[in-house]
Design a protein around this ligand. Sequence first.
Ligand code: C5P
Length: 299
Amino acid sequence: MRTWRIASRSSLGLRLCGAVVTVCEREAGLVLVGLQALPPQQELPVRDDLQHVALSGHQELEALERLLAPRRDLAGERVLVTSGPTREPIDPVRYISNRSSGKMGQAVATAALRRGAEVILISGPTTLTPPAGAVYVPVQTAEDMREAALQHLERATIVIKAAAVADYRVKQPSATKIKSRKDEGLTLDLAPNPDILKELAARKGRAFLVGFAAETNDVRANAAAKLRAKGVDLLVANDVSVKGIGFDAEDNQVTLLDRWGGAIDLPKMSKLEVADAILDRVVGLRAADRSPASNRAAH
Ligand code: C5P
């Protein structure tokens, strides 16, 4: 738990100069615990337990600004987020899955909720607690996720597919535990899973569709190809071969490619900050696309 007195002449300082802010740090970023506003000119007695000008850190200031003066620019939007891995059964005790933690998708859901959106979070199995306020739809397999996504698609205005969907499933999972026969080996017959993102792109109507691309090499080129192949409006590409970002990490570093040809390399940031940057881009691209002055041609 940290307590700050706002003493800087930031945009916050103008309104909240002298206020005492108590925050604690959680997985999803700073969480506001208490805010004691004071009249602007009132002198605060010096107290040892307050960090007076701890707002010098730019990121901390931004995080505080988000807490104290949250943007409500997604009020009225319905954001559908898919998150986490899928789990494809081999038999009743074994499955095929991947290393997705669900942190990026949950950060998107959290950021969208804070900005005033209604959020439906469809998530494969994770150890995370879903953000309060989201409609939470837990799923196991890609087929479950597809069904849930299609069911909620019609009412969504923004769809963000952060899930790491397993590309294959076992054609015929065994109803009973497969016995270990060490001298024989085991061959699994795999079938491709449906590409949910592609299907959503074909049926999305006016919804704005965001896909993710986790790559280990030639990130830009692979992501640009995926943007076209999947028919999404915005693709969030990240290099999961780099330690400290991507799978199961707290931070992420992504490139945002859009179907109008824009490409933005973002610096390494917390997943919550990446989520806000993605939502900023969605809001910006939609506004530009709807403006009559826009002469951008979609591919
Ligand atoms: O093809 P790849 O898995 O790299 O594509 C990543 C994007 O496509 C993600 O947004 C992911 O949620 C989505 N996807 C999907 N259905 C699949 C595979 C991926 O929706 N079967």
